[in-house]
Design a protein around this ligand. Structure first.
Ligand code: ZN
Length: 572
């Protein structure tokens, strides 16, 4: 059987579709092999060992599958290793063979997978034999092969390695020194007394490309894909907006080494790799990880508190801009990740909420609620540590539905059932406007620049808007990518996919439409000419105030008390 999904990415991907040939042999004789369902094969009974030979098409340059060409090789075991039924708990041994040819002489192996012989904490390994205690461990150590560069550092005594595949001119020593800071901050968060990391060594397997962004967490490594522009250049000292994204991604996946790889939904203790595994808790395992990723960068002083507040304000604005948050709770969004979050269509903004984005808001709200309830003596950190303290000898801490809520209430010394039923199982927004002042921060809103001249950004007058997300066709035409519920365009009968070609008889393009709208005021009527498929249609749109607004978090209380509370939260 080949898994249909990879833990950490909650979508059925049918990896078996990439198996292009398969055959079985026993004692040098062919054995009949037949497909039983989309991911399972059955062999005829044999005497003695059975050998199954198969070819995998590996051309998916993402963190989730497998990719092999002359420049490098990368694979997740879930894409390439068939599981023999009944042998899931048996030790596994694999051999990775260097490709033939002088151009591969410098290739090495980068992985947390244990080499059968030799050091297992060194940054790179030789081709040859590797072992895992069982199938689940085998497929939880992605493998990179190639002539990659690497930089290493120790975080609280544990070796960490950053391996970079893809052409770049980055300052990897700076990457290593920044990564070290957030890694140590996270180890200290979970283990303030011992500062013990739950692995012997850790690998960041980073592939840089022209454009791309993604990460997938594993027990002792993470696979990351990012634009090469996110890497800091030699001589650069400031933290660019791009580099912030890479730091945030790496910090996120590293936090998962505890939160979801070890502290995990009870249902994830033994994944069913043949079908969807449902949990209502991704608002915690993903959302709270999203809350902590940037918070740890701030506490590690890689970004400033003001930069941190900017990131969180942006996240709040994204959540509030989506009316789908009124239709779906983050608990329901977690459960339906398989068919909604991971398979978003043009109606997503109206029909669903992100358990990452709103989950991060819930994390902040819960943190501030606990701080306030305990006179700022306890926090969400204590909830994370309480969950970590329950782990077994294998560092596993299964979390049943309802347990996070119970532990949070214990830490707060107050029953928080209402909080969770409103903002996690219900569709209310966490009341951050009321909670942030407890740490001397004020939340406010201002209008976007679209529809305004630059000098009017933030003006009291909201810009006139269709309340859509615009996209561009290859020829430059303006396409409605998303039509927001009850927005001016939707009310007028326009839909996602419509190509808008003229406003009041004047041609517009994706490039000019927002500028043209600056000539109009909220409440004005405009005649819109648009194509739906190849049919020309006319609509009468009454322009509305733009519902997409900018959230601003400002430090407004500089008293010693408020400052002390902020330092406890964000670091000095
Ligand atoms: Zn995540």
């Amino acid at each position: 059987m080949l898994p249909v999904w990879i833990p950490g990415s909650y979508m059925v991907r049918e990896f078996a579709r990439n198996i292009v040939s398969i055959a079985a042999h026993a004692a040098c004789e062919p054995v009949a092999i037949e497909k039983q369902d989309k991911c399972t094969w059955v062999c005829a009974p044999t005497q003695g060992p059975l050998t199954v030979t198969y070819e995998v098409y590996a051309w998916d340059l993402s963190v989730r599958a497998a990719n092999l060409d002359q420049t490098h090789g990368f694979f997740n075991g879930t894409s390439v290793f068939l599981l023999a039924e009944g042998f899931r708990d048996a030790p596994c041994e694999i051999e990775i063979v260097r490709p033939v040819g002088h151009q591969y002489a410098k290739w090495q192996v980068g992985s947390a997978l244990s080499a059968k012989n030799g050091s297992n904490t060194a940054p790179v390994k030789d081709f040859g034999f590797f072992v895992a205690r069982n199938y689940d461990e085998l497929v939880d150590h992605p493998v990179e092969m190639g002539a990659f560069e690497h930089a290493s550092f120790d975080a609280h005594g544990v070796p960490h390695h950053v391996l970079v595949t893809g052409r770049h001119r980055a300052d990897l020593s700076r990457v290593a020194s920044d990564f070290k800071e957030f890694c140590e901050a996270q180890i200290t968060l979970f283990e303030p007394a011992t500062q013990r990391a739950p692995f012997d060594a850790y690998w960041f397997l980073l592939t840089v490309v022209s454009d791309g962004y993604g990460g997938l967490e594993h027990r002792a490594s993470t696979a990351l894909l990012a634009s090469r522009d996110t890497l800091p250049q030699p001589g650069e000292t400031k933290v660019s907006a791009q580099y912030k994204k890479l730091l945030s991604l790496a910090s996120h996946e590293y936090f998962h080494a505890w939160n979801v790889k070890r502290i995990k939904p009870a249902r994830f203790v033994r994944y069913d790799l043949s079908q969807e595994n449902y949990t209502k808790q991704l608002w915690f395992f993903e959302g709270f990880t999203d809350y902590y990723d940037d918070l740890m960068l701030c506490r590690a002083a890689i970004i400033t508190p003001l930069e941190y507040l900017e990131i969180e304000a942006d996240n709040i604005a994204r959540v509030i801009a989506q009316s789908g948050r009124r239709r779906q709770s983050v608990a329901a969004s977690s459960f339906d990740a398989w068919v909604k979050y991971y398979r978003q269509d043009e109606n997503a903004a109206n029909s669903m909420v992100s358990y990452y984005q709103k989950g991060a808001m819930v994390g902040m709200a819960l943190d501030l609620t606990i701080r306030e309830a305990t006179q700022h003596t306890r926090s969400l950190d204590d909830v994370m540590r309480a969950l970590w303290a329950r782990r077994d000898g294998d560092d596993q801490s299964p979390v049943a539905e309802g347990e996070i809520e119970r532990i949070a209430s214990e830490v707060a010394g107050r029953d928080l059932s209402d909080f969770f039923s409103n903002v996690v199982y219900g569709t209310e927004d966490p009341d951050l406007a009321a909670l942030l002042p407890t740490v001397g921060i004020t939340m406010s809103w201002r209008n976007r620049g679209a529809g305004h001249t630059l000098s009017q950004v933030g003006s009291e007058l909201p810009p006139a808007s269709f309340n859509v997300k615009w996209g561009a066709e290859a020829n430059g035409d303006a396409r409605i990518a998303q039509a927001f519920e009850d927005g001016a365009a939707m009310v007028a009968g326009l839909s996602a996919g419509d190509i808008v070609i003229a406003l009041d008889g004047l041609r517009v393009t994706a490039h000019t439409i927002e500028r043209r709208l600056k000539n109009y005021c909220v409440g004005e009527t405009v005649t819109v000419t648009a194509f739906r498929r190849d049919e020309l249609m006319t609509f009468t749109v009454v322009l509305q105030a733009d519902t997409q607004r900018i959230c601003v978090l400002t430090i407004t209380d500089a008293s010693p008390e408020a400052t002390a509370r902020r330092i406890r939260w964000l670091g000095a």
